[in-house]
Design a protein around this ligand. Structure first.
Ligand SMILES: [Mg+2]
Length: 268
């Protein structure tokens, strides 16, 4: 297993560098094509339509509800307990936006601010009920998102308010201003509150993340006893730091990763 990890790491560190020059040409001298949008279609459809996605979301928020009840039982008089949640693909479903990118055969950013300011994203199944429970139990709720404050503050607030999320006001919404990392915003919350739960679809929503594939796996293993308890994860196979850790941008890199997976067929 360790040998496989080192092999994967060597590929990931170099990205497709062994095959791609600085000019973006592969070893055959051809332009390395970006991954076609069609590669993401199953992930997009899964998030929006599948019963399994909804079941996983309910599972996550049921576990979260059980945990905050337990924490409250152990700390009945504490008034400084907080829950921190990400927004996108954690409490709001942006798969219609992803579907629109697919339809237009374009990529992230081109429509993102427009979509956010439409305030039309639906709540992730189970999320509103969970946060209403947390609110009724006296937890402080903070929404930490990397949506950019200067572009989509109003649209985001309207969306989470219309969806019925509690404590959805500007004092509980910590958007991205300059720092991409969420840790500084979590620490800001920690100055006044104790964070007893973190909820997200990306490891960076839970603790300081890295783009190193091997370290990411190692850190998850270190925290394995906390998932479904203090740390709650929602599924997102469309995008996230996991794709960046795999340098998942070009066809050549996809081919490299697929060839790692098919080793059982090609060994010997
Ligand atoms: Mg997210």
């Amino acid at each position: 297993m360790r040998k496989t990890y080192l092999f994967i790491l060597s590929i990931l560190i170099s990205g497709a560098c062994t095959n791609i020059s600085d000019s973006g040409k592969n070893k055959e001298g051809k332009n390395d094509p970006a991954i076609p949008n069609a590669y993401f279609v199953n992930a997009i459809l899964y998030n929006y339509f599948s019963a399994e996605y909804k079941a996983l979301a309910y599972q996550a928020f049921n576990a979260a509800s059980d945990h905050i009840e337990l924490v409250k039982l152990k700390n009945p008089h504490r008034t400084d307990l907080a829950i921190v949640l990400d927004i996108d693909e954690t409490i709001l479903d942006n798969s219609p936006y992803q579907a629109r990118l697919f339809e237009l055969n374009t990529s992230y950013d081109s429509l993102w601010n427009t979509w956010c300011n439409m305030s039309q994203a639906r709540p992730i199944p189970g999320s509103v009920e969970f946060l209403k429970l947390a609110d009724s139990m006296g937890y402080h709720i903070f929404y930490i998102t990397n949506r950019k404050e200067k572009h989509v503050l109003g649209g985001t607030l309207t969306n989470i308010q219309n969806a019925g999320f509690p404590q959805a006001d500007s004092s509980h919404l910590l958007m991205r201003t300059a720092d991409n990392s969420k840790e500084s915003r979590r620490n800001k919350v920690r100055e006044t509150y104790e964070i007893v739960m973190l909820v997200g679809d990306n490891i960076a929503d839970l603790y300081e993340d890295t783009s190193n594939f091997v370290l990411r796996d190692k850190t998850v293993k270190m925290h394995k006893g906390e998932f479904g308890r203090r740390l709650i994860v929602l599924p997102n196979s469309i995008y996230g730091n996991w794709t960046e850790s795999l340098n998942l941008k070009t066809q050549t890199q996809v081919d490299s990763l697929i060839s790692i997976m098919t080793q059982p067929f090609t060994a010997n």
